[in-house]
Design a protein around this ligand. Structure first.
Ligand code: HEC
Length: 179
């Protein structure tokens, strides 16, 4: 994807820096989320961890955003929380990631960035795919424990984020910054 990033952003002086910054934030956001998730699972099992994700994931995103002046979040084609719904640009990129994966690209390597114009202002946008790992299947896999299913049904009556297998694209990190 490095070539694509370079072509998309040619002419923008700080494109490389912005990509690097976005990757750093994804790492920070991703590892904080995962660390806290693993901790919550250990502490009280998956039902406890669901409550943790429900309450804390948006908060962690807000903290990273506040410290960095970027907008930071997660989105998906198969949503659990409707608060994470993709906009038109994100939808296009998520579909592009699926097509690239189908054509054989390793989902770990899928990223995309572009400068777009929104309401007459330039904005740098970046997305990075999130592959499904084994640790995700307790809450996003095909066979869920009955108590996990019950808790998810209660919190997310329109949950579409089930039935994933390891290696599927679960969703993507999405970041943006006004230029
Ligand atoms: C303990 C249950 C649990 C586990 C394990 C879990 N998730 Fe989730 N996931 C949730 C909940 C609950 C939400 C909704 C949280 C929110 O409001 O953002 C969610 C939301 C998401 C979203 C945001 C998009 C959406 O559908 O709303 C992504 C992406 C995601 N999870 C990826 C993962 C990945 C990748 C893993 C494995 C590393 C994982 N999850 C493990 C419970 C879980």
């Amino acid at each position: 994807m490095v070539t694509l990033l370079a072509t998309t952003l040619s002419g923008v002086a700080t494109a490389g820096e912005l990509d690097t910054e976005a990757r750093g934030l994804v790492k920070e956001f991703g590892s904080t989320l995962k660390g806290q998730l693993v901790g919550a699972m250990k502490e009280g099992g998956p039902v406890h961890a669901i409550k943790f994700c429900n309450l804390s994931a948006p908060g962690i995103a807000a903290d990273v955003a506040a410290a960095s002046h970027w907008e930071v979040g997660r989105t998906s084609l198969k949503l659990r929380s409707e608060a994470n719904a993709p906009d038109q640009w994100e939808l296009k990129v998520l579909e592009q990631f699926e097509a690239q994966k189908a054509a054989g690209t390793d989902p770990q390597k899928l990223e995309y960035s572009e400068v777009i114009e929104q309401d007459g202002k330039k904005r740098f946008r970046y997305m990075k795919a999130i592959p499904t790992q084994e640790a995700c299947l307790k809450c996003h896999g095909s066979t869920l424990a009955p108590e996990v299913e019950a808790k998810l049904d209660e919190l997310y009556p329109n949950d579409k984020a089930r039935g994933f297998s390891e290696g599927d694209i679960r969703g993507a990190f999405t970041l943006s910054k006004p230029l």
